[in-house]
Unconditional design. Sequence first.
Length: 307
Amino acid sequence: MAFSATDAAFEGFRLVRRNPLALVAWTLLYAVLTLTALFSLSTMVGSLEAWSVQAEAMESVDQPSLDQVMALMSGFGAIMAQVAWLLPVSLVVGAMLGAAVARGVLNPSRDRFGYLRLGMDEVRVLVVTFVLGVIMTFVAVVAFVALGVLIGGAKAAGGGGAAAIAGVVGVLALICLFIWLGVRLSLAVPITVAEKRFAFFDSFNLTKGRFWPLLGMAVLAFVMVMVVQLLSSIVTMPIAFASGMESWSFGSGQDAEDVRAALDVTNPWVIAHAVAEAIVSALTVGILYAPFAAAYRDITSAAAPAD
Protein backbone atom coordinates (compact mmCIF):
# COMPACT_ATOMS: atom_id res chain seq x y z
CA MET A 1 0.00 0.00 0.00
CA ALA A 2 1.48 3.33 -1.06
CA PHE A 3 1.62 6.05 1.57
CA SER A 4 -1.14 8.63 1.14
CA ALA A 5 -1.00 11.54 3.58
CA THR A 6 -4.67 12.41 3.08
CA ASP A 7 -5.81 8.82 3.56
CA ALA A 8 -3.63 8.34 6.66
CA ALA A 9 -4.95 11.55 8.24
CA PHE A 10 -8.42 9.97 8.61
CA GLU A 11 -7.16 6.73 10.18
CA GLY A 12 -8.33 7.78 13.65
CA PHE A 13 -11.96 7.93 12.52
CA ARG A 14 -11.62 4.58 10.77
CA LEU A 15 -10.13 3.04 13.90
CA VAL A 16 -13.02 4.23 16.09
CA ARG A 17 -15.61 3.17 13.50
CA ARG A 18 -13.98 -0.25 13.20
CA ASN A 19 -13.90 -0.79 16.95
CA PRO A 20 -16.13 1.68 18.85
CA LEU A 21 -15.50 -0.24 22.08
CA ALA A 22 -11.92 1.04 21.93
CA LEU A 23 -13.23 4.57 22.31
CA VAL A 24 -15.29 3.40 25.31
CA ALA A 25 -12.22 1.84 26.93
CA TRP A 26 -10.08 4.96 26.37
CA THR A 27 -12.90 7.13 27.71
CA LEU A 28 -13.17 5.06 30.89
CA LEU A 29 -9.41 5.33 31.42
CA TYR A 30 -9.50 9.11 31.02
CA ALA A 31 -12.60 9.45 33.21
CA VAL A 32 -11.09 7.43 36.07
CA LEU A 33 -7.88 9.49 35.91
CA THR A 34 -9.81 12.78 35.83
CA LEU A 35 -12.15 11.95 38.70
CA THR A 36 -9.25 10.66 40.82
CA ALA A 37 -7.32 13.85 40.14
CA LEU A 38 -10.35 15.98 41.07
CA PHE A 39 -10.74 14.09 44.34
CA SER A 40 -7.05 14.59 45.10
CA LEU A 41 -7.36 18.31 44.36
CA SER A 42 -10.40 18.56 46.63
CA THR A 43 -8.31 17.35 49.58
CA MET A 44 -5.88 20.24 48.97
CA VAL A 45 -8.40 23.06 49.27
CA GLY A 46 -8.07 23.52 53.03
CA SER A 47 -4.26 23.37 52.90
CA LEU A 48 -4.13 25.86 50.04
CA GLU A 49 -6.46 28.22 51.90
CA ALA A 50 -4.24 28.10 55.01
CA TRP A 51 -1.11 28.57 52.88
CA SER A 52 -2.67 31.60 51.14
CA VAL A 53 -3.39 33.20 54.53
CA GLN A 54 0.21 32.57 55.54
CA ALA A 55 1.50 34.08 52.28
CA GLU A 56 -0.67 37.19 52.65
CA ALA A 57 0.56 37.65 56.21
CA MET A 58 4.16 37.50 55.03
CA GLU A 59 3.48 40.20 52.42
CA SER A 60 2.84 42.65 55.26
CA VAL A 61 6.28 41.94 56.72
CA ASP A 62 8.97 44.33 55.46
CA GLN A 63 11.87 41.91 55.76
CA PRO A 64 10.75 38.33 56.34
CA SER A 65 13.36 36.07 57.89
CA LEU A 66 14.91 33.16 56.06
CA ASP A 67 13.08 30.77 58.36
CA GLN A 68 9.73 32.33 57.44
CA VAL A 69 10.50 32.09 53.71
CA MET A 70 11.65 28.49 54.05
CA ALA A 71 8.53 27.60 56.06
CA LEU A 72 6.33 29.12 53.36
CA MET A 73 8.17 27.23 50.62
CA SER A 74 8.07 24.02 52.61
CA GLY A 75 4.33 24.37 53.11
CA PHE A 76 3.76 24.85 49.41
CA GLY A 77 5.99 21.87 48.63
CA ALA A 78 3.99 19.71 51.01
CA ILE A 79 0.78 20.72 49.24
CA MET A 80 2.22 19.96 45.81
CA ALA A 81 3.45 16.60 47.06
CA GLN A 82 -0.18 15.56 47.48
CA VAL A 83 -0.63 15.62 43.69
CA ALA A 84 2.90 14.59 42.72
CA TRP A 85 1.52 11.22 41.66
CA LEU A 86 -0.30 12.88 38.78
CA LEU A 87 2.83 13.30 36.64
CA PRO A 88 4.06 9.68 36.60
CA VAL A 89 0.52 8.31 36.33
CA SER A 90 -0.24 10.68 33.44
CA LEU A 91 2.93 9.56 31.67
CA VAL A 92 1.95 5.91 32.08
CA VAL A 93 -1.59 6.57 30.84
CA GLY A 94 -0.18 8.48 27.88
CA ALA A 95 2.10 5.55 27.03
CA MET A 96 -0.82 3.12 27.32
CA LEU A 97 -2.96 5.20 24.96
CA GLY A 98 -0.14 5.80 22.48
CA ALA A 99 0.60 2.09 22.33
CA ALA A 100 -3.11 1.24 22.14
CA VAL A 101 -3.72 3.48 19.13
CA ALA A 102 -0.65 2.13 17.33
CA ARG A 103 -1.72 -1.43 18.15
CA GLY A 104 -5.23 -0.74 16.88
CA VAL A 105 -3.87 0.43 13.53
CA LEU A 106 -1.08 -2.11 13.11
CA ASN A 107 -2.72 -5.15 14.76
CA PRO A 108 -6.49 -4.55 14.61
CA SER A 109 -7.26 -8.17 15.57
CA ARG A 110 -5.75 -7.62 19.05
CA ASP A 111 -8.79 -5.64 20.14
CA ARG A 112 -9.30 -6.94 23.69
CA PHE A 113 -9.81 -4.15 26.26
CA GLY A 114 -9.79 -1.54 23.50
CA TYR A 115 -6.17 -2.42 22.64
CA LEU A 116 -5.15 -1.24 26.12
CA ARG A 117 -2.33 -3.16 27.81
CA LEU A 118 0.27 -2.56 30.48
CA GLY A 119 3.36 -4.46 29.43
CA MET A 120 6.72 -4.08 27.74
CA ASP A 121 5.24 -2.25 24.74
CA GLU A 122 4.04 0.47 27.10
CA VAL A 123 7.37 0.52 28.95
CA ARG A 124 9.24 0.97 25.69
CA VAL A 125 6.84 3.70 24.51
CA LEU A 126 7.19 5.50 27.86
CA VAL A 127 10.99 5.39 27.74
CA VAL A 128 11.19 6.46 24.09
CA THR A 129 8.77 9.37 24.49
CA PHE A 130 10.43 10.49 27.73
CA VAL A 131 13.93 10.42 26.23
CA LEU A 132 12.82 12.25 23.09
CA GLY A 133 11.02 14.80 25.27
CA VAL A 134 14.21 15.41 27.26
CA ILE A 135 16.20 15.79 24.04
CA MET A 136 13.69 18.25 22.61
CA THR A 137 13.77 20.24 25.86
CA PHE A 138 17.58 20.35 25.75
CA VAL A 139 17.51 21.49 22.12
CA ALA A 140 14.98 24.18 23.04
CA VAL A 141 17.16 25.51 25.87
CA VAL A 142 20.25 25.61 23.66
CA ALA A 143 18.30 27.21 20.81
CA PHE A 144 16.83 29.96 23.00
CA VAL A 145 20.25 30.71 24.50
CA ALA A 146 21.67 30.97 20.98
CA LEU A 147 18.77 33.24 20.02
CA GLY A 148 19.49 35.49 22.99
CA VAL A 149 23.16 35.71 21.99
CA LEU A 150 22.14 36.48 18.39
CA ILE A 151 19.78 39.27 19.45
CA GLY A 152 22.38 40.71 21.83
CA GLY A 153 25.03 40.69 19.10
CA ALA A 154 22.67 42.28 16.58
CA LYS A 155 21.74 45.01 19.05
CA ALA A 156 25.37 45.78 19.77
CA ALA A 157 26.19 45.93 16.08
CA GLY A 158 23.15 47.64 14.60
CA GLY A 159 20.92 48.91 17.38
CA GLY A 160 17.33 48.14 18.26
CA GLY A 161 16.13 47.72 14.68
CA ALA A 162 18.72 45.07 13.90
CA ALA A 163 17.91 43.30 17.16
CA ALA A 164 14.20 43.24 16.29
CA ILE A 165 14.89 41.79 12.85
CA ALA A 166 17.26 39.21 14.32
CA GLY A 167 14.63 38.28 16.91
CA VAL A 168 11.87 37.76 14.33
CA VAL A 169 14.13 35.76 12.01
CA GLY A 170 15.46 33.73 14.92
CA VAL A 171 11.99 32.88 16.27
CA LEU A 172 10.81 31.82 12.81
CA ALA A 173 13.92 29.67 12.42
CA LEU A 174 13.27 28.02 15.80
CA ILE A 175 9.65 27.30 14.87
CA CYS A 176 10.82 25.68 11.63
CA LEU A 177 13.46 23.68 13.53
CA PHE A 178 10.97 22.23 16.01
CA ILE A 179 8.42 21.46 13.29
CA TRP A 180 11.14 19.66 11.33
CA LEU A 181 12.28 17.69 14.39
CA GLY A 182 8.71 16.84 15.35
CA VAL A 183 7.93 15.46 11.90
CA ARG A 184 11.21 13.55 11.59
CA LEU A 185 10.65 11.91 15.01
CA SER A 186 6.90 11.39 14.57
CA LEU A 187 7.08 7.67 13.75
CA ALA A 188 9.06 6.71 16.87
CA VAL A 189 6.06 5.29 18.75
CA PRO A 190 4.65 3.19 15.86
CA ILE A 191 8.12 1.76 15.19
CA THR A 192 8.57 0.97 18.89
CA VAL A 193 5.22 -0.85 19.08
CA ALA A 194 5.48 -2.64 15.74
CA GLU A 195 9.08 -3.81 16.09
CA LYS A 196 9.04 -4.25 19.88
CA ARG A 197 12.27 -2.42 20.54
CA PHE A 198 13.47 0.99 21.69
CA ALA A 199 13.34 3.07 18.49
CA PHE A 200 14.73 6.43 19.52
CA PHE A 201 15.94 7.76 16.18
CA ASP A 202 14.81 5.13 13.66
CA SER A 203 12.06 7.50 12.58
CA PHE A 204 14.65 9.60 10.75
CA ASN A 205 15.21 6.83 8.22
CA LEU A 206 11.52 6.27 7.47
CA THR A 207 10.63 9.96 7.25
CA LYS A 208 13.53 10.81 4.94
CA GLY A 209 12.14 12.34 1.77
CA ARG A 210 8.59 12.35 3.20
CA PHE A 211 8.67 15.51 5.32
CA TRP A 212 6.04 17.48 3.43
CA PRO A 213 3.44 14.69 3.12
CA LEU A 214 3.83 13.88 6.82
CA LEU A 215 3.58 17.55 7.76
CA GLY A 216 0.41 17.90 5.67
CA MET A 217 -1.02 14.80 7.32
CA ALA A 218 -0.27 16.20 10.79
CA VAL A 219 -1.80 19.59 9.95
CA LEU A 220 -4.96 17.95 8.59
CA ALA A 221 -5.27 15.78 11.72
CA PHE A 222 -4.76 18.84 13.93
CA VAL A 223 -7.47 20.76 12.07
CA MET A 224 -9.87 17.85 12.56
CA VAL A 225 -9.10 17.84 16.28
CA MET A 226 -9.88 21.56 16.47
CA VAL A 227 -13.19 20.98 14.70
CA VAL A 228 -14.09 18.11 17.06
CA GLN A 229 -13.22 20.17 20.15
CA LEU A 230 -15.15 23.17 18.87
CA LEU A 231 -18.25 21.09 18.21
CA SER A 232 -17.94 19.20 21.49
CA SER A 233 -17.70 22.45 23.45
CA ILE A 234 -21.36 23.02 22.61
CA VAL A 235 -22.09 20.08 24.90
CA THR A 236 -19.25 20.24 27.43
CA MET A 237 -19.41 23.96 28.23
CA PRO A 238 -22.98 23.97 29.61
CA ILE A 239 -22.15 20.88 31.68
CA ALA A 240 -19.02 22.62 32.97
CA PHE A 241 -21.03 25.65 34.10
CA ALA A 242 -23.63 23.40 35.73
CA SER A 243 -20.89 21.57 37.63
CA GLY A 244 -19.17 24.82 38.68
CA MET A 245 -15.90 23.86 36.98
CA GLU A 246 -15.85 27.02 34.85
CA SER A 247 -16.44 29.40 37.75
CA TRP A 248 -13.31 28.94 39.86
CA SER A 249 -9.55 28.72 39.78
CA PHE A 250 -6.94 28.18 42.48
CA GLY A 251 -5.43 31.41 43.74
CA SER A 252 -8.40 33.52 42.58
CA GLY A 253 -9.52 34.33 46.10
CA GLN A 254 -12.79 32.46 45.61
CA ASP A 255 -14.58 30.97 48.58
CA ALA A 256 -13.13 27.59 49.49
CA GLU A 257 -16.59 26.03 49.74
CA ASP A 258 -17.31 26.94 46.11
CA VAL A 259 -14.06 25.30 45.07
CA ARG A 260 -14.88 22.18 47.07
CA ALA A 261 -18.31 22.04 45.43
CA ALA A 262 -16.74 22.28 41.97
CA LEU A 263 -14.40 19.39 42.83
CA ASP A 264 -17.02 17.21 44.48
CA VAL A 265 -16.83 13.88 42.63
CA THR A 266 -20.16 12.82 44.13
CA ASN A 267 -21.88 15.65 42.22
CA PRO A 268 -23.57 14.15 39.11
CA TRP A 269 -22.73 17.26 37.08
CA VAL A 270 -19.03 16.96 37.95
CA ILE A 271 -19.10 13.30 36.91
CA ALA A 272 -20.98 14.17 33.70
CA HIS A 273 -18.42 16.86 32.87
CA ALA A 274 -15.50 14.49 33.52
CA VAL A 275 -17.06 11.82 31.28
CA ALA A 276 -17.82 14.33 28.51
CA GLU A 277 -14.26 15.64 28.57
CA ALA A 278 -12.95 12.06 28.66
CA ILE A 279 -14.87 11.23 25.47
CA VAL A 280 -13.41 14.25 23.70
CA SER A 281 -9.89 13.44 24.96
CA ALA A 282 -10.17 9.80 23.87
CA LEU A 283 -11.37 10.78 20.40
CA THR A 284 -8.62 13.40 20.17
CA VAL A 285 -5.98 10.79 20.95
CA GLY A 286 -7.29 8.56 18.18
CA ILE A 287 -7.43 11.36 15.62
CA LEU A 288 -3.92 12.62 16.43
CA TYR A 289 -2.01 9.36 16.98
CA ALA A 290 -3.55 6.98 14.46
CA PRO A 291 -2.33 8.82 11.32
CA PHE A 292 1.30 8.28 12.27
CA ALA A 293 0.76 4.57 12.84
CA ALA A 294 -1.00 4.41 9.47
CA ALA A 295 1.90 6.28 7.87
CA TYR A 296 4.37 3.75 9.32
CA ARG A 297 2.21 0.84 8.11
CA ASP A 298 1.87 2.22 4.58
CA ILE A 299 5.50 3.29 4.23
CA THR A 300 6.91 -0.02 5.42
CA SER A 301 4.45 -2.11 3.38
CA ALA A 302 5.23 -0.09 0.26
CA ALA A 303 8.98 -0.52 0.85
CA ALA A 304 8.71 -4.27 1.45
CA PRO A 305 9.45 -6.54 -1.54
CA ALA A 306 6.43 -8.21 -3.10
CA ASP A 307 5.95 -11.96 -2.64
